[in-house]
Write a protein that binds this ligand. Structure first.
Ligand code: NAD
Length: 273
């Protein structure tokens, strides 16, 4: 059973989902079909991943009720304007073969373009039109969130940020929490790098579970949403079963101690697409 998180617009989001970054379209079709079979119900894609069509085919063929699925996609930087959001989302929906997504995110703030505030008005519009049930952001730093909140309209439901033991992003999590924004961890396993850490290995051995399950349980026990990626069926199931792992307080503290400020992706402060 996958736990859910109540978003600030009262919709529920599965706390553990399946990510498809760097998975080519055909492979995404296969991987998402396998993930849905394994029990995943939340899928995280993006226009820029180039695999929305493959994700959509897997959804259509699954025979699952649309209401049982939670589909997220993201607006790329080239659509960051008041009038760029709706065509961006409509093109994604066309590729996905869906009438709406459960969550639409601004992929990056691209601060040098100074366009994310205008784009947020477009996000509110697509939500009001029913094309996206919930709207949120990704890779937003505290100052970007503050400017959105100061607009006085909708508060993003989620901020999806890079977050794993080697990069714990504490200031951003604190800002999310203070605004009632759920924190969603991308690259929750540090793209696999977290799994070879000796502290992680030791905790895994103590609980008789795998390193990936330890890292995912660390996120889950702190209320974060996670979207690990694997195209290997056994690992998909292994990651799903992290929901059953209960870490001790001292395990959480040891994992908290692994922060080195080490990114796997770009720094949102100076990434502009
Ligand atoms: P991740 O941390 O999920 O790591 C994925 C890698 O870890 C896999 O390629 C595999 O090699 C390994 N792995 C996964 N499960 C394993 C297991 N059980 N045992 C051993 N190894 C295992 O990294 P990711 O794919 O970069 O991130 C996950 C998702 O986050 C993406 O697919 C995407 O949906 C999202 N994402 C979002 C952004 C953004 O800017 N919003 C950026 C990057 C990723």
């Amino acid at each position: 059973m996958i736990p859910t998180i109540a978003l600030n617009d009262d919709h529920l989001m599965p706390q553990l989902g399946f990510g498809v970054f760097q998975v080519p379209d055909d492979d995404a079709h296969r991987a998402v079909a396998t993930a849905l079979d394994a029990g995943y119900r939340s899928i995280d894609t993006a226009a820029v991943y180039g695999n929305e069509a493959g994700v959509g085919r897997a959804i259509a063929e699954s025979g699952l009720d649309r209401g049982d699925l939670f589909i997220t996609t993201k607006l790329w930087v080239d659509g960051l304007s008041r009038d760029g959001v709706r065509p961006g989302l409509e093109a994604s929906l066309e590729r996905l073969g869906l009438g709406s997504v459960d969550l639409y995110l601004i992929h990056w703030p691209a601060p040098a373009t100074d366009s994310y505030l205008a784009a947020w008005e477009g996000m509110e519009e697509v939500r009001d039109l029913g094309l996206a049930r919930s709207i949120g952001v990704s890779n937003f730093l505290p100052e970007h969130l503050q400017r959105i909140v100061d607009l006085g309209g909708a508060v993003p439901v989620v901020n999806q940020v890079e977050l794993h033991p080697a990069l714990q992003n504490r200031e951003t999590i604190a800002a999310n929490t203070s605004h009632g924004i759920a924190t969603e961890a991308w690259s929750p396993l540090g793209q696999g790098a977290a799994l070879t850490d000796p502290v992680v290995a030791e905790i895994a051995e103590a609980h008789g579970v795998t390193p990936a399950q330890v890292v995912l349980a660390w996120h889950l026990q702190q209320g974060r949403i996670v979207i690990p990626k694997s195209v290997t069926p056994a690992r998909m199931t292994e990651n799903l079963e992290a929901t059953r792992v209960v870490l001790r307080e001292r395990d959480l503290e040891a994992l908290d101690g692994l922060d080195r400020g080490a990114r796997t992706g770009p720094d949102p402060e100076n990434f502009n697409g």
